[in-house]
Design a protein around this ligand. Structure first.
Ligand SMILES: Cc1cc2nc3c(=O)[nH]c(=O)nc-3n(C[C@H](O)[C@H](O)[C@H](O)COP(=O)(O)OP(=O)(O)OC[C@H]3O[C@@H](n4cnc5c(N)ncnc54)[C@H](O)[C@@H]3O)c2cc1C
Length: 416
């Protein structure tokens, strides 16, 4: 009897704690949205979402110090580094609220690539690396970059084409190679570099990750590749490694395990991109709704015209379906699964649905939709590259189909 009562009390405590946590997270999302709407959007709107024009790293520091004052900084960061340790499911609403503004995720220190790098370091870094790189990244003292993609014929959609080489020296490693499209490289404090330590180009193993302070001799930033998007601080840059010497303790995790760690980083990083871009797509849709409900055409409200209703309904469906698929993937990730299939599906559908929502919003707003007076054109511009990075849609479809076929073969074998 006493044992049963104790069990009931414990279960009640768990339920109370879970409910308090839900309230805390909902409050965080609401406060993030207020901060973004009141303090971030006016800057974005004034500069048409161009972060360099808006002040680049100076703007980042100003917004992040304000977010720190408000208790909104890096809610996903591990608790021992000053974050709140939000789970994937918990961060969905908060990141969507941040993504409502194109500079919102940067303002709360939840933007790519830093946010994905925090996740990777949290899982793989040694205690020393944690202290030296992860803690200052969470507190926004540091900014970082993730250097994997290379110019053709190197790593891109197919990471096994990795050409950058790391060779052993007496004291550690020497890296030679070239990277391309490295987000945030200009002004980053450190880089996570993917280099080949064994195997030939084309082999699926033999990659190793290295941590390199940006000031290390032999690491050089080239040009910013001019791209259609403009909201990410530090650009998308060429990066060169010309005899970059690193000590043994620069290795992140185990030698030759880099391709495995890429998956540790990429599954969650893809989902946090979906969360942030859902916020932007939500703003595009709300802007279109404001427009169509206040604009009259052919003697009626634009929102009552059948073809406009079709676009509005399709937007509602795409947003809801993306949230649902994201939730499935986040629950799987939170349960400890690699969630490869769930994250591929949510990334592919979400990336394309978010693009459709932004494009329909442009259409619904007519001439204003393509102007900089409304945010919809800039949102359409910013979300388009998401169908390419974090795995192009075609690569995810190819992987989704391969996993489905493999599962079917296993089922057939088991049925024999
Ligand atoms: C804005 C932006 C930011 C980025 N930031 C980073 C970063 O911070 N760090 C980093 O390392 N990289 C970054 N990247 C690079 C990005 O990850 C690559 O662009 C992406 O992996 C595609 O590689 P690729 O450009 O070499 O295209 P390619 O490999 O040349 O592929 C070209 C196209 O071919 C198609 N394709 C590929 N495989 C298949 C297939 N099996 N079947 C059919 N079609 C296929 C796809 O449509 C693909 O878009 C960024 C890219 C962009 C655009």
């Amino acid at each position: 009897m006493i044992e049963r009562e104790q069990r009931e009390i414990t279960m009640t405590e768990v339920a109370v704690n879970a409910s308090a946590r839900r309230t805390e997270v909902a409050d965080l999302a609401a406060r993030t949205r207020t901060f973004v709407c009141e303090e971030v959007l006016p800057i974005e709107d004034h500069h048409d979402g161009d972060v360099a024009l808006a002040g680049g790293d100076d703007l980042r520091r100003t917004l992040q110090s304000r977010a720190r004052e408000l208790g909104l900084l890096a809610p996903h960061g591990p608790m021992d580094c000053g974050g709140r340790g939000l789970s994937m499911t918990e961060r969905a609403g908060v990141f969507e609220a941040a993504g409502y503004g194109l500079f919102g995720a940067m303002a709360i220190n939840a933007a790519a690539p830093d946010e994905g790098n925090m996740h990777l370091l949290d899982h793989v870094a040694t205690p020393q690396q944690r202290e030296r790189f992860l803690a200052p990244l969470v507190s926004a003292e540091f900014r970082s970059a993730f250097a994997m993609t290379e110019p053709a014929p190197g790593a891109g959609s197919d990471p096994s084409a990795l050409q950058t080489r790391a060779t052993r020296t007496r004291n550690g490693w020497r890296i030679d190679g070239q990277k391309l499209f490295i987000t945030g490289a200009d002004g980053a404090d450190f880089f996570i570099i993917m280099a080949r330590t064994s195997g030939d180009v084309g082999s699926r193993g033999g990659g190793t990750m290295f941590l390199a302070p940006a000031s290390t001799p032999g690491l050089r930033i080239g040009r910013h590749v001019p791209t259609m998007d403009r909201s990410m601080v530090g650009g998308h840059c060429e990066v060169f490694f010309d005899g970059l010497e690193l000590p043994e303790d620069a290795v992140l995790g185990e030698v030759d395990e880099g391709f495995r760690y890429v998956q540790v980083r990429l599954g969650p990083a893809r989902m946090t991109h979906v969360m942030r871009w859902l916020g932007a797509a939500g703003r595009a849709h709300e802007t279109a709704l404001d427009y169509v409900t206040s604009r009259r055409v052919f003697g009626a409200s634009l929102s009552d015209q059948g073809l406009a209703q079709h676009l509005i309904a399709e937007n509602e469906i795409d947003l809801a379906a993306t949230r649902a698929l994201l939730d499935v993937a986040c629950v799987a990730l939170d349960s400890g699964s690699p969630a490869a299939q769930e994250t591929s599906i949510a990334k592919t559908f979400g990336g394309e649905a978010i693009g459709r929502v932004a494009d329909r919003a442009v259409q619904l707003c007519g001439g204003m939709g393509v102007s900089a007076d409304l945010p919809v054109a800039r949102i359409a511009r910013e979300v388009r590259p998401f169908r390419v990075y974090d795995g192009p849609s075609e690569v995810h479809r190819f992987a989704i189909a391969k996993r489905a076929a493999k599962a079917a073969r296993v089922r057939r074998e088991e049925a024999r």
